[in-house]
Each structure stands twice: as C-alpha cells, then as structure tokens.
Design a protein around this ligand. Structure first.
Ligand SMILES: [Zn+2]
Length: 129
C-alpha cells in the first residue's frame, strides 16, 4: 500500500519513507517529533529518547511544515486529522487519538467509515455517518 498522507492545511506530504512525521507538544510544554506508522491500526511510533511520553498523556499535534494544529475541532477535541491519498488519488479523512496509548483511528470518505484500534468504539458517536 503506497498511501500518502498530507496536511489538511498546507497539503504538504507528511510521509517520509515509511513513517508519518508530526511535531507534537505535551501538556508540560515538551516539544518533539514523532514518527508514526502509516499502517492504519498500527500504533507503533518512534521518538527521541528525551521526549518523555506516558500512556494517557494528551498531546497536541502539529504539521511540521506549516505548524497548523491538526486537532479535529469539529469532531472531538481528543482527535487529530490528516488526509490520506491512496494510489488512485482518492482522499480520505483520517482521525486519530492524540492521547498516548489510546488506540483510535477512523478512515472516512463521504458516508463510508472504517474504524481501527481497540478504543475506537467509544468515539463512534462523534461521526455523523
Ligand atoms: Zn501543513
């Protein structure tokens, strides 16, 4: 699968090789970069060892190019959003949890919704599809 991920604001490509790169900020003002798997439902990520993230920490996620806050303000304040573009050029809204250790991903196009991650069920009502 050669899906691309782009910022909803500047349309810059967030994927480098096989990672999606985000700039993040924690509640206690730590800043850093995280590399996230482009595989939906794979919650592994990489980061600098000095960036101290614990399950339950609430992050803010930013585009590393235009620095827009990617929070899905119109859906739920725990979720961030990016755009996935598949090989055919079809675009999907991808929503994912900004809480460390919470496994929530939604893939949405028009009235079609797919969910990934053990914790997604609790968010399903926030999507009007
Ligand atoms: Zn951007």
């Amino acid at each position: 699968m050669k899906n691309e991920y782009v910022c909803p604001y500047c349309r810059g490509s967030l994927k480098v090789d096989n990672d999606i790169v985000f700039a993040i900020r924690t509640k206690n003002e730590q800043r850093g970069l995280i590399m996230v798997s482009p595989e939906l439902g794979d919650y592994r990520f990489r980061k600098h060892p000095d960036l101290d993230l614990k399950d339950g920490d609430r992050l803010e996620t930013f585009c590393p190019m235009c620095h827009s806050n990617l929070k899905a303000i119109n859906v739920n304040s725990n979720l961030a959003e990016v755009i996935m573009v598949n090989e055919e050029g079809d675009e999907y809204q991808i929503y994912f949890s900004e809480i460390v250790g919470e496994h929530v991903t939604f893939k949405i196009k028009d009235a079609e919704m797919e969910k990934f991650g053990d914790d997604s069920e609790g968010y399903i009502n926030f999507f009007g599809v």
